[in-house]
Each structure stands twice: as C-alpha cells, then as structure tokens.
Design a protein around this ligand. Structure first.
Ligand SMILES: Cc1cc2nc3c(=O)[nH]c(=O)nc-3n(C[C@H](O)[C@H](O)[C@H](O)COP(=O)(O)OP(=O)(O)OC[C@H]3O[C@@H](n4cnc5c(N)ncnc54)[C@H](O)[C@@H]3O)c2cc1C
Ligand code: FES
Length: 329
C-alpha cells in the first residue's frame, strides 16, 4: 500500500515495501546514510506527524525513541507520516578537524574538536557527516571528556568518499558529529575479570579506547589485546601499545600478522585461531570485545560462544561497509 511521506513543504508517495530512505532518495532528497542495515545510525530522521514504526527504532537510545526518531533505512510506514532531519534534537553537534597524523601507510588518525559537550565512552562510535552530506561511522579511540578532543582512526580507501575527504581536508574544516551509539565500552564491575580485545585493521580504534579506559579505572584482571593485520606494515600504534604493556603488567599486546614471518615481535598466523588459543581458562567471566571486518567479527563471535564465553559478555562492532541504493527494476 502506498503511503504519503511529507518533508518540509513537499510530499511523495512511497512504493510498496519501500523504506523512508529509498523513497526520499528516489525523489532527490539527500539523506545521509551508510550501512542500510540499521546499524550505523547515520540515517537518523524524526517523525513529526504520524506514528514512528517500532522496527525503525531498534537500537536507538530511549530518549530518541520517545521523540519519535527513526532509522530511515529501516522505516517502512503503513500510514502517512511527516518527517524532518534530526538537527540538534537528534544529537547533531558541529565540530572541526583539529589535527591529523599518519599511523601507517593507509590509516590516518583524526582529531576532532566538538563545539559543545560531546559525551561518549571510549569504544562507542559516532556518525561523521561532511559538508557534502556524506555520513560514515567511526569508533572513538579515546575519552573525549578527559582529553577535550575526539580521536578517530580512519582507514584510507581507494575512492573512499569520506576517507578521501578527510585525507584532503585542512585543519579547521567544519563537520557534523552525531551520536554516540554502540555497546563496545568498558564497564568496571569488580574490576578483576579477564578482558580479551581482538580486532582487525582500524578495529584497533575502539579496542585501544577500551583498554586505556580499563587501565585508567585500575582494572586488575588480565587484559589481552590482539591486533590482526595482513602484513607487518598494516600494524600501527605498535610502540604505544608495547609501552602500555611495559607500564601495566596486566596488559598484554599481541600483534598478529597473517602473512608474517617467524621470530618477529608479532605472532605469525590467523588472529581468529590465535585469539581462541589465548582465551583464559576462566571463560565464563571473560569479557570479549571484537571489532573490525564483519566476517572476522561474526566468525570469532560464534567460535568464542561455542568455546564457553557467555554471549552477554561478548561485545562487538562489525565495520559494515557502505551499501548502495537498490537498483530500480
Ligand atoms: C559501527 C561502525 C564503526 C566503524 N568504525 C570505523 C573506524 O573506527 N575506522 C574506520 O576506518 N572505519 C570504520 N567503519 C567503516 C566506515 O564507516 C566506512 O564504511 C569506511 O571508512 C569507508 O568509508 P569511505 O567513505 O572512506 O569509503 P566508501 O566511499 O564507503 O567506499 C569506497 C570503496 O571502498 C569499498 N569499501 C568500503 N569498505 C570497505 C572495506 N571494509 N574493505 C574493502 N573495501 C571497502 C566500497 O565498496 C567502495 O568501493 C565503521 C563502520 C561501522 C558500521
Ligand atoms: S542505520 Fe540506516 S544507513 Fe546505517
């Protein structure tokens, strides 16, 4: 059944089963979006008249749900609705690029200075929106409230819309940030449980944030951080993590290189197998954090659960790539 979607002074008829995102995009209204899977939250919109479909609110904070915010890519309404872009009510905050440095041949560290309070746990992710309306999710590698800035690790992709933009952008470039979202962050509890953090590529960003937060809170349990890379040159922050391990006897840094050589400072081999081999004996108390390539996250989540890690103690963020719009038949 076609329903009427209104935005500002304009309205459109949606096609059968079409999402709010697809209906607006088909009619030339540009909505920031990335994953099209209900994960990244970059397509946030607010329903200003009519009901907000429950399925389009899954994963949103209760305060956003109450204000009838929805994820446009998941929003299929069976009634006429009016919608608006989120603005400040949806958590949009202006920020500027405050600094950049190279971490390796294809990872850039970006520092953002928000214009206002941005509260977030290290390891959560935010949506970064540039002046062209391109929106992408990035995990926060530090504690912005403590440091006064936000640290992100950006993988530079060939023809990457956002990573290409960031690579070229100058200091002071204005951007918008939205969020945070996600449950990959440190919770103190008794402060003594074992923690295993495993990530591939820039999946290190949230894990670096979680590890430093746990250590800052005096976590006494063993913390093992595994960073997986294809080649040695793809590792980054090696010296910083080795230094962290020297300063904290309960922190262990285990770089893993798939195409590595024997007798180097890293373990040569597959990070999934290495992670399973170092899981502590006390698996039921172990908190496991998995971030990075979606195939890696899905596979290791399953193996670790079957291996005895409680599902309530597995926290993960799969870095889903951008999905393009469905092709019209
Ligand atoms: C919850 C979450 C957290 C994330 N956190 C981070 C983070 O901390 N750091 C980070 O770098 N990224 C992170 N991502 C991924 C990020 O949001 C973007 O998808 C990614 O940076 C690509 O954006 P882009 O605009 O540069 O490239 P796009 O313009 O989206 O893509 C350019 C080209 O690269 C291809 N491509 C996209 N992703 C990949 C990939 N993974 N491998 C190979 N080819 C690809 C596309 O198909 C396209 O052809 C996260 C994603 C999610 C969902
Ligand atoms: S949640 Fe809608 S595009 Fe990612």
């Amino acid at each position: 059944m076609a329903v009427r979607i209104s935005i500002g002074d304009t309205s459109f008829l949606s096609q059968d089963g079409e999402s709010l995102l697809d209906c607006l995009s088909r009619n030339g209204v540009s909505v920031p979006h990335s994953c099209r899977s209900g994960v990244c939250q970059s397509c946030l919109m607010q329903v200003t008249a009519g009901p907000a479909p429950e399925a389009a609110q899954i994963g949103l904070k209760p305060t956003l749900q109450q204000q009838k915010f929805v994820l446009a890519c998941q929003c299929k309404s069976d009634q006429d609705i009016s919608v608006a872009f989120p603005g400040a009510a949806g958590g949009d905050l202006p920020a500027v690029i405050a600094g950049k440095d190279r971490l390796n041949h294809n990872v850039l560290r970006l520092y953002l200075k928000p214009d206002g309070d941005f509260s977030c746990e290290p390891g959560q992710y935010l949506t970064l929106i540039n002046r062209d309306g391109v929106a992408r999710s990035y995990s926060v590698a530090n504690d912005p409230a403590r440091d006064g800035h936000i640290e992100l690790h950006i993988r530079l992709l060939k023809d990457g819309l956002m990573s290409g933009f960031i690579e070229k952008a100058g200091i002071g470039e204005p951007v918008t940030i939205r969020g945070p979202a996600g449950s990959c962050f440190y919770v103190r509890g008794d402060g003594a449980y074992p923690i295993v953090l495993a990530g591939t590529g820039t999946g290190l960003a949230p894990l670096y944030g979680v590890a430093r937060q746990a250590l800052a809170h005096g976590h006494t349990g063993e913390i093992r951080l595994l960073h997986g890379a294809l080649r040695e040159a793809d590792l980054y922050l090696v010296a910083e993590l080795q230094d962290l391990a020297l300063r904290h006897p309960n922190f262990h840094y285990i770089p893993c290189v798939l195409k590595g050589e024997a007798e180097r400072f890293y373990r040569a081999g597959n990070i999934e197998e290495i992670t399973m081999s170092i899981l502590p004996g006390d698996k039921s108390r172990t908190h496991l954090f998995l971030c990075g390539a979606p195939e890696f996250v899905t596979a290791l989540k399953r193996k670790a659960f079957l291996g005895g890690v409680a599902s309530k103690h597995i926290f993960s963020d799969a870095f889903l790539p951008t999905k393009s719009a469905p092709v019209a038949a």
